[in-house]
Write a protein that binds this ligand. Structure first.
Ligand code: C2O
Length: 348
């Protein structure tokens, strides 16, 4: 059976992955109208998501304006920044049960729902922002962390503390020009930073391993099977485990008890940089499918294709989306700016 999520009648007290309960519930507000089965609407022009480090002033000002409007919405509006951030808490910190299986937790990490869940999440986040500024072509940026030019926190998020793209709950140590280590973990805290050249070479080797040599089988890349009625499994795909998790921990503040914001699922969506991190995760899915390996294609198991999630769209309508409807970004109306892939032939 597919995983259907969530049961909107149940809102659990969320908890950290180690089971520690979190103080505040984070489920989406109840909908007063019926849930609609979502069909991506027609569009005239593809949105092109730019690499964050290459975005110009005009683009940054536009994103800033859109975010400021989103932050200005009432906290109870499902399109507000507060509610957008809480989507991640509810789906990732056990706020929800699977629809049809009361008491069975819903989890979109550590399994094959990781890529499609986050794709739909960003899709609505982007559409809401575009609608707020009246720009149907607005596209969110991606943090190009697989390219040497993108291996720092992108300047648009860090350079102006008064910007809506800024977040004070980030690692003070890892501000630009400090280089991003794609294999960072807490043990690195006490080690001297690697020389930049070494860091870049190691990062490219990591990308080659996670995208090519280590991702030659579908489920190695996507993550393990997770079906309706089953308790969540713990089989992360290659990109989810590294570098995705490492970038979360590297970005969050080591001064906060749970690495807030980026260093913990429940708080990660409060940092605008989160959506840029995930833009590149999403881009990796598209790139992986374009690589020549015979297994580099989407899963065909109907239980995966028919799994569903609920989101509020840009009109605050609650909609049900299907994994099988998000496989092709062009059908969803967006693509990524083309950037070269220096890791592609980077065999260690
Ligand atoms: Cu839902 Cu980056 O995690």
């Amino acid at each position: 059976n597919p995983v259907n999520g969530p049961d909107t009648n149940i809102c659990n007290q969320p908890k950290l992955l180690d089971g520690t309960p979190l103080p505040d519930k984070c489920c989406a507000p109840k909908s007063s109208s019926d849930i609609i089965d979502y069909k991506p609407p027609p569009f005239t022009k593809l949105r092109v998501r730019p690499a964050a480090h290459k975005a110009d002033k005009e683009y940054i000002a536009k994103y800033n304006e859109a975010l400021s409007m989103m932050k200005g919405l009432d906290d109870t509006d499902p399109r507000s920044f507060k509610q957008q951030a809480d989507v991640h808490c509810a789906y990732c910190n056990y706020g929800y049960d699977q629809d049809g299986y009361p008491g069975v937790e819903l989890q979109v990490h550590f399994n094959w729902l990781f890529f499609p869940f986050h794709r739909w999440y960003l899709y609505f986040y982007e559409r809401i922002l575009g609608k707020l500024i009246g720009d149907p072509d607005f596209a969110i940026p991606f943090w190009n962390w697989d390219h040497p030019d993108g291996m720092t926190m992108p300047a648009m998020f860090t350079s102006d503390p008064n910007s809506d793209l800024y977040d004070v709950n980030r690692s003070p140590k890892h501000q630009p020009p400090y280089g991003l280590d794609l294999e960072y973990n807490k043990d690195n805290l006490c080690k001297p930073p690697k020389p930049y050249k070494q860091l870049v070479e190691d990062n490219l080797a990591t990308m080659y391993r996670q995208m090519v040599s280590g991702a030659s089988q579908q489920l190695l890349f996507f993550g393990g099977e997770y079906k309706g009625g089953e308790e969540p499994v713990n089989q992360m795909g290659t990109i989810e485990s590294t570098p995705h998790n490492n970038i979360h921990v590297w970005s969050g503040s080591e001064k906060n008890p749970n690495g807030e914001d980026m260093g913990n699922f429940y708080s990660a969506g409060r940092d605008p940089m989160f959506y840029a991190l995930h833009g590149n995760v999403d881009r990796m899915w598209s790139i992986w499918k374009s690589l020549p390996g015979k297994n580099n294609r989407d899963i065909t198991d109907c239980d995966w294709l028919n799994s569903t999630f609920l989101f509020y769209d840009e009109n605050a309508q609650l909609v049900r989306v299907r994994v099988g409807d998000c496989l092709d970004t062009e059908k969803l109306g967006y693509v990524y700016e083309q950037v070269d892939l220096p890791w592609l032939n980077y065999k260690p």
